[in-house]
Design a protein around this ligand. Structure first.
Ligand code: SAM
Length: 295
């Protein structure tokens, strides 16, 4: 029998003409919550994976690349990282990375989908690890939009680890100028807002550029950074926004001092990786410089 017929396949559709096929060794869970469809699978190449609405969220083999990139540049740059807010982040790995910093005294994580959180604790315990039981963690099950509007607390760092803002996704209402204004109001003076900000591949960077353009209306410094995430089969982009810190100009000594204090060892992020994350190719810089649509 041809090799491909030995496997069940999870087919991730990027567009009408592009797909990534993952050979599956096991499906742990497949179902629907009130907010999204959820699958927890084990792929032959990437190990366990969480898939929401057909989109890979993270994989066992490379989730540290994604989560260290999302969290550590922002925490390293923040003048005050004692209180952190995470929007989304259902698998718990963003919480895990934040709590590796001993300077963090409290971290509130707000995810809309209690079933994703429960499935992650059950099938992906390596992602959240001890963070779920850390006394500094406050896990709120609720809509991040309501949280931002109802609470008056401010945070030194806000990390947005929401799903892609596709029209039917529960994250869609969180990507527009009005909400970026609400997020800024929840940031302490000079704080850092960092978000996973869609793809940076030369063939699909328009959504990222639109996010960057919109955020430039609210923050003095808005920096794109990106890395390749193999399980996503793409270059993945992030945005760091602050009125005080320019993350692209963060000096290596500050990063080294921050990393040295983290509990446990990094897999991906250090001062040299930081330099690479913020060094953007010409085509992306050109796209970011263009005038165009905002949210
Ligand atoms: N790494 C990811 C990616 O590639 O898109 C994001 C990871 S994380 C699993 C995304 C989380 O955002 C999910 O757990 C989902 O439930 C949550 N989410 C979506 N919309 C939300 C909202 N309005 N409020 C709070 N959490 C939300």
């Amino acid at each position: 029998m041809p090799k491909t017929e030995r496997w069940q396949w999870y087919v991730e559709e990027f567009s009408a003409t592009e797909q990534h096929h993952h050979a599956l060794e096991e499906t742990y869970y497949s179902g629907k919550t009130p907010f999204q469809s959820v699958a927890v699978v084990r792929s032959a190449t990437f190990g366990k994976m969480l898939i929401l609405d057909g989109d890979t969220q993270s994989s066992q083999a490379d989730e540290r690349i994604y989560h260290e990139t999302l969290v550590h540049p922002a925490l390293a740059a923040a003048s005050d990282r004692s209180s952190v807010l995470i929007l989304g982040g259902g698998e718990g790995a963003t919480l895990r990375e934040v709590l590796r910093s001993p300077d963090v005294r409290s971290c509130t994580m707000v995810d809309i989908d209690g079933e994703v959180v429960a499935l992650s604790k059950r099938y992906l315990p390596e992602w959240g690890a001890a963070a779920w039981d850390d006394a500094r963690a406050d896990v709120v099950i609720g809509d991040a939009l309501a949280f931002l509007r109802e609470r008056e607390q401010t945070f030194g760092v806000i990390v947005s680890d929401l799903t892609e803002p596709l029209p039917d996704s529960p994250s869609h209402p969180l990507f527009n100028g009005n909400v970026f204004r609400d997020i800024k109001a929840r940031l302490a003076d000079g704080g850092v807002y960092v978000l996973q900000a869609s793809t940076a591949g030369f063939h699909n960077m328009a959504l990222h550029a639109k996010m960057a353009r919109t955020l430039r209306g609210f923050f003095v410094h808005v920096r794109s950074f990106y890395t390749h995430v193999p399980a996503f089969d793409n270059d993945w982009a992030f945005l760091a926004c602050s009125d005080r810190s320019d993350l692209a100009a963060l000096d290596p000594a500050t990063i080294d001092a921050y990393v040295a204090k983290l509990r446990g060892e990094n897999y991906f992020y250090d001062a040299e990786t930081h330099r690479r994350l913020f060094a953007l190719p010409l085509y992306l810089r050109r796209e970011l410089a263009k005038a165009g649509e905002t949210f």
